[in-house]
Design a binder for this molecule. Structure first.
Ligand SMILES: *Cc1c(COP(=O)(O)O)cnc(C)c1O
Length: 403
């Protein structure tokens, strides 16, 4: 058990705490599920991009799935080898494409025909060959929240099957492109296997039809999206997930590339916030805490549920309360009508499942410095990011002040 009270005393609040041993466990379970096949687990850096987190995965042999050149640089800094790094995303700038080619990463995941043109042109300018994969949009409803659903034609991601085929034929005929992979990612927080199996089948069929025209791809990139338990979701077991996908790959000798983010880090993370006070507006009870939407945006953005535990000495009946932060927005809340005991100044709330899309979606709104981050591994805690100071926040503006 992690002693949150002690950590709050030592590092202050609000505070992110990550259980690195839990991350290890998740990584190993998923890796094990694909045994018997060549596979690369490429951690989706955007889920939690702290350098120490990425290094933790690097040490286990993980690759990295990156969605900006900044993330690619983080992956390199953290020690992930170039041949396990991929670069995805619907809008890559020329500079980003250039750097990705120069760094010789495993492949660039191309998301449109226009982007394929840019990659080819830039590779040509550099006198290089760029390895690519195409992100296929299989038009499957993943049955998740619309904001994190990505595999339907009305989402901005990837290309349809016909365009994908055209792109592979073009890439195969180009001196500066080397098509090595195929990619799909239908959404996040997936809890149903059928849409994944269906998508995989569609993409595997495309691979077969490419083989028929002598285009041999090496990497079958199944994206990420494996859901986790926030509340009472029934999640997909890694073993069943792997079996469903492998079942669609009969007679295809390809390396599986899997890009989990949330699955590896979400339930390893805790956001610790301190109670400032309680207030009552008419019949409505509010618990005002020192953390806010700028620290953990998911409740405000997706109305996401996080389990919350109160650490308090006070006793009394549980009563419903809205847990709100100091930011000047009515959307600044962590939970609504959540049952909590009576709380006093300096009691703590532990907001769970905060290790993915937590810190990374943070901002400095209301001139609030971002929280510190702490890793717990083998029972030992260590700081992995300092709390942002006021000086940090104004560092890029100060010089422009005129008298
Ligand atoms: C966000 C993303 C992931 C990771 O998604 P999770 O739901 O966190 O597993 C993987 N691949 C791509 C292309 C992504 O955009």
């Amino acid at each position: 058990m992690i002693d949150f009270k002690k950590l709050a005393q030592e590092y202050g609040t609000p505070l992110y705490v990550y259980d690195f041993d839990y991350m290890t466990q998740q990584y190993e379970e998923l890796k094990e599920a694909f045994r018997g096949r060549k596979s690369i687990i490429a951690y989706a850096v955007k889920a939690n991009s702290n350098l120490s987190v990425v290094r933790h995965f690097a040490k286990m042999g993980s690759g990295a799935d990156c969605v900006s050149i900044g993330e690619v640089r983080r992956a390199f800094l953290a020690g992930i080898p170039a041949y396990k790094i991929i670069f995805s995303g619907v809008g890559k700038s020329d500079d980003e494409i250039r750097e990705a080619i120069e760094r010789d990463i495993l492949y660039i995941n191309v998301e449109s025909e226009a982007e394929l043109d840019r990659v080819e042109l830039i590779a040509k300018e550099l006198g290089k060959v760029s390895r690519i994969s195409v992100r296929v949009n299989p038009n499957i409803d993943p049955k998740t929240h619309p904001y994190i659903s990505t595999g339907l034609h009305d989402n901005k991601f990837g290309v349809d099957l016909d365009s994908a085929k055209r792109m592979y034929i073009r890439a195969n005929n180009s001196k500066h492109l080397d098509p090595v992979g195929i990619h799909f990612h239908i959404g996040s927080q997936l809890t149903e296997l059928d849409p994944i199996r269906e998508a995989s089948e569609i993409v595997a069929d495309l691979v077969r039809s490419l083989q028929a025209v002598d285009i041999e791809l090496k990497f079958f990139d199944i994206g990420g999206g494996l859901g986790i338990k926030y509340d009472n979701e029934i999640t997909i077991k890694p073993y069943d997930y792997a079996q469903a996908i492998l079942g669609t790959l009969t007679a295809l000798d390809m390396t599986i590339l899997c890009e989990p983010g949330r699955f590896l880090t979400a339930n390893a993370g805790y956001f610790i916030t301190k109670v400032l006070y309680e207030k009552q507006n008419g019949v409505k009870r509010f618990v005002v805490v020192d953390g806010a939407m700028n620290d953990l945006l998911r409740p405000s953005l997706y109305n996401a549920y996080h389990e919350i535990e109160a650490i308090t000495e006070s006793e009394g009946a549980l009563r419903e309360a809205d847990i709100v932060g100091p930011v000047c927005e009515s959307g600044d809340f962590f939970a609504k009508d959540y049952k909590l005991p009576p709380l006093k100044h300096n009691d703590l709330l532990v907001i769970k499942s905060a290790g993915a899309y937590g810190f990374g979606m943070g901002s400095n709104y209301n001139t609030r410095g971002r929280s510190a981050e702490v890793a717990v591994e083998g029972g030992e805690a260590r700081l992995i990011r300092k709390r942002e100071s006021f000086d940090d926040l104004i560092a890029l503006e100060k010089e422009f002040l005129e008298n």
